[in-house]
Design a protein around this ligand. Structure first.
Ligand code: RB5
Length: 142
């Protein structure tokens, strides 16, 4: 399942991406926010992370203005590996090397077309394991 979360600055792009998934008949869970009224991004990360962690196959896609706040907040949970991706290459490596389970996108710096390209790459790329799994296991020691 794909879990969507955003603050007010990510709302417009989140809505565009939700519409894209609807057209593709892909179900999403949207934990908000549901308007451009100013909110605090940690509240929506908390709700998004809880949903993502309900099933190991779940993927989160979070949106804020820069993507930075959402990334910092999401990674407070040791079971979340959130990656702020602004290029298709970053999305590819976030999955291959980091086994990221949350993709974070900057709503104020990405248009819909580029965001969809990044999302498609993220959702279709598998974790490579091997040395990268060793490194991910070491994250728990920090
Ligand atoms: C909201 O103005 C903005 O600070 C927020 O969306 C995000 O970019 C924070 O990192």
């Amino acid at each position: 399942m794909i879990i969507l979360a955003c603050d007010h600055a990510g709302y417009t792009l989140k809505e565009e991406i939700k519409e894209f998934f609807n057209k593709e008949n892909i179900t999403t869970i949207d934990v908000g926010t549901y308007s451009t009224e100013s909110v605090d991004y940690p509240d929506y990360v908390k709700a998004g992370n809880a949903k993502v962690l309900e099933n190991s196959n779940n993927i989160g896609i979070y949106f804020c203005g820069t993507g930075i706040g959402m990334s910092i907040a999401a990674n407070k949970n040791p079971k979340i590996r959130a990656a702020l991706c602004t290029t298709v290459g970053f999305a590819c490596l976030a999955r291959k090397h980091n086994d990221a389970n949350v993709l974070v996108l900057p709503g104020r710096y990405l248009n819909k077309t580029k965001a969809i390209r990044i999302i498609k790459e993220f959702l279709t790329t598998n974790f490579e394991g091997g040395r990268h799994l060793r490194r991910i296991r070491k994250l728990k020691e920090i």
